[in-house]
Design a protein around this ligand. Structure first.
Ligand code: C5P
Ligand code: C5P
Ligand code: ZN
Length: 484
């Protein structure tokens, strides 16, 4: 979908109203409460707003949440902020927020499909309200960035953080895995201000920072069976295309390869994927747009924007989202070392989940219209989003969406993560709608984007939830309106 200038202008008018409300609140020495979502987009959004508020001299408190529920909103209300800001969440909980936060001003900066009605005290800035597709054209961090820029032009140095946020939400759906729509303006700001460089290359994980065979083994988008997670096999693969992994006694990184070597490697990988039955667009997705944060030290995980997002997800999933937020706000040194350790632990943990799934063929179970991974007892609920994203990139038949779930520790709830591909959303599949309807039906809560959605449902209802979701997918692809 193309984003028109008039759509952007209407959206930006809303953005400047939000900025005005924020600066008035700071000027009146009000107390601001910022709540954001616990993933890379949410963490970058919080970092951007946090940095902008610090520059304004505001008094504020930041918190990062897995999802919103009555308890979270009660706690926020209990803090009695003058202004409550929600970034990368809130749009799916309009009734809840309207009911419980009637005493404060509320700003929601979200890109999820709105659910419910906002009361007149709530300023809801959401691309969906202007016909801009929030699932691929603008992320939570992007909205936060536009607000920060409206507060102070100096905040253009945060555009590169918003680029990372959009990549964290896998919005690189344009040609050669590039960002488009309203994200394009943010990319331009980041490049123009000298913080971002764009080039086309193989999209290995750690192209600047790791020996090539490790970078190949660490690549999970797409997930390459037999190579992802397998350093020895990746090394052997390089040997098979006559690429020497070392120069003298030093490991070479992807950036050290000649263009001829890169061509050889990328066509061999394409052949490898196609010979295993992958569609050609999956094979082609190994080459794409690389976003490099030029002011970050080479050899750090912040240099490549995609790796940056995995680092932030790692801090979130390891219960240290605050660390990720401070890095987005400019903290380096010890904070970065600590986050780096989390990144390693997070990667190991994902690798463990993936090898459990891949151990037996029936762990990705095929139903009529969906695939299911029943991960309770094996997959940590905090990993289910990432695992679902990775597995969905290499399904035997990508024309069925994937629903993976796990049990929330200490609670009798299941956490569901659903993912699909653009080919299906273009045919009318909307996972956000399906998980919302099935969630409500099963005494839980669901929602999200057409291409990626989530739900929480009581464990005892999970079997009926999956059964219902399977039916709803079929119905929706037959063109039936779900409603409800
Ligand atoms: O809440 P939020 O919008 O930030 O999260 C979107 C989630 O969906 C992210 O975790 C992102 O990784 C995931 N996603 C995905 N595949 C897509 C689009 C989004 O896994 N194609
Ligand atoms: O948790 P997960 O990464 O699978 O979520 C995918 C998307 O669905 C995210 O954008 C998340 O914010 C959204 N979601 C939602 N309502 C829920 C659960 C997830 O809007 N109950
Ligand atoms: Zn988001």
């Amino acid at each position: 979908m193309r984003v028109t200038k008039s759509q952007i202008n209407k959206f930006l008018k809303n953005v400047s109203e939000a900025a005005k409300l924020i600066s008035d609140c700071v000027e009146a020495e009000g107390f601001i409460h910022v709540t954001s979502h616990l993933d890379a987009d949410g963490i970058t959004a919080a970092g951007i707003i946090g940095r902008a508020l610090t520059r304004l001299g505001g008094t504020f408190r930041l918190r990062v949440e897995r999802w919103m529920d009555d308890n979270v909103v009660d706690e926020i209300a209990g803090d009695k902020p003058t202004l409550a800001i929600f970034t990368d969440l809130g749009g799916g909980y309009l009734d809840l927020l309207s009911g419980k936060l009637s005493d404060q001003r509320v700003i929601i900066l979200d890109h999820h499909q709105p659910i419910g009605e906002a009361s007149s005290d709530i300023m809801h800035i959401n691309p969906h309200l202007h016909g801009i597709d929030g699932s691929r054209d603008l992320s939570g961090a992007g909205i936060a960035y536009f607000v920060a820029k409206a507060l102070d032009e100096k905040n253009v140095d945060l555009a590169c953080i918003a680029v990372a946020g959009a990549l964290g939400d896998i919005q690189d759906k344009y040609e050669q895995r590039s960002l488009g729509g309203a994200n394009r303006e943010i990319v331009e700001d980041a490049v123009d201000s000298g913080y971002l460089r764009i080039e086309k290359d193989l999209l290995f994980f750690g192209r600047e920072t790791r020996p090539i065979h490790k970078a190949l083994a660490y690549t999970t988008s797409p997930y390459i069976p037999g190579l992802s997670g397998e350093e020895d096999k990746s090394l052997a693969f390089l040997a098979s295309v006559e690429i020497t992994p070392k120069h003298e006694d030093k490991w070479r990184a992807l950036r050290d390869l000649s263009s001829d070597e890169k061509m050889r490697l990328s066509s061999a990988l394409s052949d490898y994927l196609i010979s295993r039955g992958f569609p050609s667009d999956v094979a082609l997705s190994l080459v794409g747009t690389v976003y490099t944060l030029t002011r970050e030290e080479p050899w750090t995980p912040l240099r490549d924007a995609r790796e940056f997002t995995v680092l932030l997800n790692a801090t979130g999933r390891m219960n240290r989202a605050g660390l990720g937020v401070t890095i987005c706000m400019g903290d380096r040194g010890k904070a970065l070392d600590e986050a780096g350790e989390m990144l390693n632990a997070y990667r190991r943990s994902i690798a463990k989940c993936l090898s459990w799934v891949n151990e037996k063929p029936n762990r990705i179970e095929e139903l009529d219209s969906i695939y299911v991974v029943r991960g309770e007892g094996f997959i940590d609920e905090k990993m289910i989003s990432a695992v679902s994203t990775i597995l969905s990139s290499s399904l035997p038949k990508p024309m069925k969406p994937l629903l993976a779930y796990s049990k929330v520790s200490g609670e009798d709830m299941a956490k569901v993560s659903a993912r699909t591909v653009a080919l299906l959303t273009e045919k009318g599949l909307d996972l956000g709608e399906i998980l919302r309807v099935a969630g409500e039906e099963c005494h839980g809560r669901g929602g999200g984007h057409d291409i990626a959605a989530g739900a929480q449902v009581p464990m005892k209802n999970i079997a009926s939830f999956i059964e219902l979701a399977d039916k709803l997918v079929k119905k929706q692809l037959e063109g039936v309106e779900l409603g409800g």
